[in-house]
Design a protein around this ligand. Structure first.
Ligand code: NAI
Ligand code: MG
Length: 357
């Protein structure tokens, strides 16, 4: 496997170190796992040095890899729209990573802030290449009284069909019965009505699956009131983005949530990254939770066919959390990033010892 590693900014660099150490441990334990990693320092520092977030031929370079492990970007010295639109967005869009896969799952030893919610286990399929996050639009009459901005939402039958079929394929594979669609067709009458139509049309291919469609405002309330009821949620780019931060919050925080930007056809490398950003408020202190990043590595290995190693990592994370001795500050403890990373590596080693026995 050839993996491109982009740690990025802030805590991205800190949590990536721990993920790479987990990968190193796996390679020591598993003879038939051979991974070549190349680290790219594409980040805000790189931008301040070169005027670009990545080299001009950046995407061509990445196209040679089997997958990308990404940390997080964002730095007060560079506008957020530059870091996002010149690094993450081109990768997601040009590599047609139209599935943004975001698991939302209760973990042992981690109390949900919702008193009644201990068995949350669903997955969000967020459309990742079009929708509300388009660069179509513009600004007119800047600094004049009639100043105005237009931002166009781009929804295509193909784009919506693709994300819905990815969600449905997943639902079938994992024995789920219901797919929930996030909409707002009562108010956003052009694009969201179209979304509804395309979702219904695509779901005809999956007669055994049940479709539930909710307006986004009601849906966020249901995420809080009855999160156990969801299995697979499919949403547009913006709605999916917001829903997945809420998803992270109800299972105990951003430090625990991984994601995949996936090109299901495998024409391009897919990219795996924590849901969280560069967390400037805690960066440089060595206290960030590395679980989201390590779990993202697990998703990457699963995507490349090593679901056995994905399971080893995820169950190691669960065992550490269940034991409850090592917890970072965001989940109510005082352990450092390194201590959490080390505990997970020890748990990985233990699962291999058990496997050998
Ligand atoms: P954020 O996710 O960086 O932080 C939100 C809050 O969660 C902060 O209080 C932070 O300390 C905490 N947090 C996040 N990850 C944590 C972890 N692993 N362990 C412990 N605590 C953690 O979001 P925010 O503050 O809105 O954005 C900061 C920067 O990150 C901005 O520049 C933003 O554009 C960028 N960003 C980048 C993303 C990416 O690279 N894909 C995604 C989201 C934001
Ligand atoms: Mg987000």
């Amino acid at each position: 496997m050839k993996i491109a590693v982009i740690p990025g900014d802030g805590i991205g660099k800190e949590v990536m170190q721990e993920a790479l150490l987990v990968l190193e441990t796996l390679q020591e334990l598993e003879e038939d796992l051979s991974v070549d990693t190349t680290i790219f320092d594409w980040s805000s520092d790189y931008y301040l040095r070169t005027g670009r977030m990545m080299p001009e031929e950046g995407l061509t370079i990445l196209a040679d890899y089997d997958a990308i492990l990404f940390g997080a970007i964002g730095d007060a010295r560079v506008p957020d729209d530059v870091t996002v639109w010149e690094l993450i967005m081109p990768i997601r869009k040009q590599f047609d990573q139209y599935v943004n896969f975001r698991p939302v799952k209760s973990l042992p030893g981690i109390a949900s802030p919702l008193a009644h919610a201990d068995h949350i286990d669903f997955v969000i399929f967020r459309e990742n290449t079009e929708g509300e996050y388009s660069n179509s639009g513009g600004r007119l009459y800047r600094d004049k009284p009639q100043d105005l901005a237009i931002q166009n939402t781009v929804m295509t039958k193909k784009g919506i069909g693709n994300i819905v079929s990815a969600a449905c394929d997943y639902a079938q594979k994992y024995g789920k019965s219901t797919v929930t669609s996030a909409t707002k067709s009562n108010a956003v009458i052009h694009t969201m009505k179209f979304w509804d139509e395309c979702v219904t049309e695509e779901m005809k291919q999956y007669p055994d699956l049940h479709l539930k469609s909710y307006y986004i405002d009601a849906l966020v309330a249901y995420f809080v009131e009855k999160p156990q009821e969801f299995e697979v949620v499919v949403a547009s780019n913006l709605f999916g983005d917001i829903l997945s931060d809420l998803g992270s919050a109800i299972i105990g925080g951003l430090g625990l949530s991984p994601s995949g930007n996936i090109n299901p056809e495998r024409n391009y490398p897919s990219m795996f990254e924590p849901v969280h950003g560069s967390a400037p408020d805690i960066a440089g202190r060595g206290i960030a939770n590395p679980i989201a990043q390590i779990w993202s590595l697990a998703l990457l290995l699963g995507h490349l066919g090593r679901t056995d190693l994905e399971k080893v990592i995820v169950s190691s994370i669960e065992r550490v959390l269940e034991a409850g001795e090592v917890k970072t500050a965001d989940i109510g403890g005082s352990a450092t990033t390194k201590e959490m990373g080390t505990a997970i590596r020890e748990a990985v080693k233990m699962s291999f010892e058990r496997r050998v026995v």
